[in-house]
Design a protein. Structure first.
Length: 90
């Protein structure tokens, strides 16, 4: 069993050129363990529904996806661990 075996589509990995940058990406993705095998939780599909203009802005560094994700979590009342920190539940 290779280190790239998981619920993700690792056939996609083998289709990519094996440059060190792409290998590092998949090694980082391997650190994420989703709660289930839903495509909604698969990082390979994270940006599939995003407009091209937004993807280009992210790649160019004009948009920081980490900062945006942090703000969305905060607006949902969650910390960076996904734990509730908002108003007290009654």
């Amino acid at each position: 069993m290779s280190i790239f075996y998981s619920i993700y589509d690792w056939n996609l990995y083998h289709a990519l050129n094996q440059t060190s940058k792409k290998t590092k990406l998949y090694l980082r993705m391997e650190q994420y363990k989703p709660k289930n095998e839903s495509d909604d939780l698969n990082p390979i599909y994270l940006f599939h529904g995003i407009a091209n203009d937004l993807l280009v802005a992210i790649v160019k560094g004009q948009i920081d996806p980490i900062e945006l994700a942090s703000k969305v979590l905060k607006n949902r009342g969650l910390n960076i661990e996904g734990e509730w920190i908002g108003f007290k539940k009654g």
